[in-house]
Design a protein around this ligand. Structure first.
Ligand code: TNX
Length: 538
């Protein structure tokens, strides 16, 4: 038997003598603690096959063709970081002697075992409905033992530069979890748009969710489309996204970017700005030098926003951005100088540190921790805050500095995981912010920066890929930018041991049949199909 093309690659795969088969009327026999995983998996199988799949308790587990799901705490030793609640996500999947068993350290582990099982089945079983009725599906005998290398395996999606309906978030969660990713970081606000309803500050969406026009082509060309763009999620929408993600063991980490990247916020509430001058939601890409003022009242406003956000998102981590905050307005402001004096701060450069500590208090009051982009480290990062280095040149030194001062680190180094860059420096590719990150380059990601002292290694809790959407306006285009790069990324954060592109590439080629069955608009390994370049307007 040839080795199954599993992505991400499990810790070990061993062939066993006699396999099993699944067929109409089969049962899923789950421990109560993993009944919800059983229901989800049963529903997926029923949709794909047209069969009836019985749900049974553990007592039904001796029947042939049964899929037994159970907790096995002994599988929890080692493997995964405890970042997300201390749960270990390891599992063991056995197909032998007519039986299929998935044992997991936790329900999350059992869930990942079922993701592997989906990949062991024919790719056609990932279709939404059976093209023709399915007879029994044989599975070869196999034992898979597996656990993730990192606890934070993330996908960041920017819904601020372009708004995407929640149905696309469900799609991303499905695709992320099939690849055993467990964090969806939503970049919810930026200069160009505010995307979630805040009951106590309605103008954030009434005004901040809409922009007059957007750039056409690369923003350096200075052309605009004269077409309004916008949209936002209601509280109910986001609660639905959180619940959908939770069933798939994905934590949704919300980001409200502050105190820079806030022009949409200032457009809605000009009193939050430094100049009193009315601003519109930014219609260009690239940062704005308009940032929040550092009054107590502004910090209280932001803490109020975070309080509502935490009412929606149960995530233990709340991201407040903190990147690329211009200090130009503070330096030019007498009031900012006065505030520095009152607070005993050396100068305007220190104001962001003051602001971040206020936000840290707001989230700590609800038992949560902050996540911030690397710039926050310069301005003074509060204890317990997770740092995300992103600039390639400083990734190692930032990771070192952050880890040495006790911060956990999520790596997001641009030249490996910025999926808004093109796949290749080739005019056949859709317009992108810049060239280029190939699938092979993504695969070469080593989340622990080379040169980091081993004593700091445990502070690196994982990595995430980011899709910024200045140049991505449609879901088809977003799928193209994510896949198959996200497949390579998933292996870099899940799998332990040496990795080789030569070994991975044929496995990825086989895996693409699964993405075909799911109807993903991925980029073929050889380059875009002729039709693909036409799906995005800008
Ligand atoms: C930098 S990474 C940004 C984003 C842009 C991105 C474009 C980071 C924290 N800030 O605002 O969208 O580059 O690649």
């Amino acid at each position: 038997m040839s080795a199954p093309a599993l992505i991400p690659r499990p810790t070990s795969v061993r062939n066993l003598e006699r396999g099993a088969s699944l067929s109409d009327g089969m049962s899923i026999a789950a421990d109560p603690a993993c009944a919800a995983v059983g229901d989800l998996f049963a529903g997926e199988l029923e949709a794909a096959t047209g069969w009836r799949v019985e749900r049974a308790g553990p007592e039904a587990s001796s029947l042939s063709g049964t899929v037994r799901l159970r907790l096995a705490p002994e599988l929890g030793a080692g493997g995964s970081s405890a970042l997300l609640g201390g749960a270990s996500e390891g599992y063991r999947l056995r197909v032998s002697d007519g039986m299929i068993e998935v044992a997991g350290a936790t329900a999350a582990g059992v869930f990942y075992g079922t993701r592997t099982l989906r990949q062991l089945l024919p790719a056609d079983l990932l279709r939404a409905a059976p093209p023709k009725p399915w007879g029994p599906v044989p599975l070869e005998g196999v034992e898979v033992v597996d656990a993730p290398r990192f606890g934070w395996r993330g996908m960041m999606f920017d819904v601020a530069r372009h708004f995407f309906q929640k149905s696309f978030l469900f799609r991303l969660i499905d695709l992320a979890s099939l690849h055993k990713l467990n964090v969806l970081h939503l970049h919810l606000t930026d200069d160009q748009g505010w995307r979630f309803e805040v009951e106590r500050y309605p103008r954030l969406t009434e005004v901040g969710a809409w922009r007059r026009e957007s750039p056409v082509g690369h923003y350096r060309e200075g052309k605009k489309d004269a077409t309004p763009h916008g949209g936002f999620y209601t509280r109910a929408d986001l609660e639905e996204v959180v619940a959908y993600a939770a069933r798939r063991f994905v934590t949704v980490v919300p980001e409200v970017d502050m105190p820079g990247h806030t022009q949409a916020m200032i457009a809605a509430y000009p009193e939050l700005g430094n100049t009193g001058q009315p601003l519109e939601v930014l219609t260009n890409w690239g940062g704005s030098h308009h940032v929040l003022n550092m009054e107590e009242s502004t910090a209280a406003f932001c803490a109020g926003v975070l309080e509502e956000l935490m009412g929606i998102f149960p995530s233990p981590f709340i991201h407040i951005g903190g990147d690329e905050c211009s200090t130009a307005e503070w330096e030019a402001s007498e009031r900012a100088a006065e505030l520095c004096k009152e607070r005993g701060l050396a100068g305007p450069q220190a104001l962001q540190g003051w602001f971040t500590s206020q936000m840290a208090e707001a989230v700590a009051a609800k038992g949560r921790s902050l996540v911030c982009w690397e710039e926050v480290l310069d301005a003074g990062a509060p204890p317990g805050c997770v740092i995300a280095p992103w600039r390639a040149a400083s990734a190692l030194s930032v990771a070192k500095r952050a880890a040495a001062s006790g911060h956990r680190v999520v790596m997001a180094p641009e030249p490996w995981v910025y999926f808004d860059w093109s796949y290749a420096d080739d005019p056949a590719e859709p317009l992108a912010i810049r060239p280029s990150i190939s699938v092979e380059k993504v695969y070469s990601l080593e989340p622990v920066p080379r040169g980091l002292e081993s004593e700091f290694e445990e502070m690196i809790v994982g990595s995430q890929c980011q899709l910024w959407t200045e140049y991505v306006a449609t879901r088809e285009h977003a799928e193209y930018m994510f896949f198959p790069r996200a497949c390579a990324f998933a292996e870099a954060v899940w799998s332990s041991g040496d990795r080789s592109w030569a070994e991975f590439e044929p496995r990825l080629a086989a895996h693409l049949a699964r993405l075909d069955a799911l109807g993903v608009n991925y980029r073929p390994l050889a380059g875009p199909t002729p039709g693909q370049a036409r799906v995005w307007p800008s």
